[in-house]
Design a protein around this ligand. Structure first.
Ligand SMILES: [Zn+2]
Length: 223
């Protein structure tokens, strides 16, 4: 994967992933993105530290106001702290175009060529897999230059681009990018010319951190 991804995981998604609150289905997509994205791996390291503070905050059922205040300021201190330097990832092996990312293997196997596509419409193929906790994983293969129907999302959806590209109102999504969408988003992707677009999505119930915390984290993570 040559170019760095330009569309990343939402801070609320990273915190849910770090704290184990993300469903296995959404986690598989988040892990697929993290594999190829140094930016999100750095943000995850920060989210893991915040996750530790969150755990602490959940302990006292009847914490007094002073303790709440202390926990909140401790968390905000963590958010202000510099991002730790991470060791560089080992040099990747030459990419095998047939090999699917490892986090997808439990659901789709390891080989792109071996996938058993099902017909969805002209130029559109899909594979749907039920996840272990009732969510759905969906692999889509859309022919070049095709316009998808306008749709919005129930609950949360994570989509990772594996091959090709598409454009919608949110921008241009290419290999390695992730679309981290919530139920408010309504969009109509159009696939790029030349090559089919293959993407993998997880659909799930709403995330747990749609709260003051997620709003606070938004500017901190600069996304
Ligand atoms: Zn990223």
């Amino acid at each position: 994967m040559s170019a760095q991804p330009r569309h990343h995981l939402d801070p609320a998604t990273l915190i849910s992933y770090a704290s184990g609150a993300l469903s296995p289905e959404l986690s598989a997509i988040a892990a697929t993105h993290l594999d190829g994205c140094a930016h999100c791996r750095r943000e995850l390291a920060r989210a893991e530290r915040i996750g530790g503070t969150l755990m602490e905050q959940q302990q006292p059922a009847h914490a007094n106001g002073e303790r709440q205040q202390h926990l909140r300021s401790a968390m905000l201190d963590l958010l202000d702290a510099p991002i730790p330097d991470l060791p560089d990832a080992p040099a990747p092996l030459p990419p095998d175009p047939d090999r699917l990312p490892a986090p997808l293997h439990p659901y789709f196997g390891s080989s792109l060529r071996a996938l058993k596509w099902r017909w969805m419409g002209p130029g559109m193929r899909y594979i749907r897999v039920a996840g272990p906790t009732g969510g759905t994983l969906l692999m889509l293969k859309i022919g070049p230059g095709r316009r998808m129907p306008v749709h919005s999302h129930q609950g949360s959806e994570l989509t990772q681009i594996l091959h090709g590209a598409y454009d919608d109102a949110l921008g241009h999504f290419a290999v390695g990018d992730v679309a981290d969408l919530d139920a408010q988003v309504e969009h109509q992707p159009t696939t790029a010319a030349g090559v089919p677009c293959i993407c993998v999505a997880a659909l799930d119930a709403p995330l747990r951190f749609q709260s003051w915390l997620a709003r606070k984290l938004q500017p901190v993570f600069g996304i």
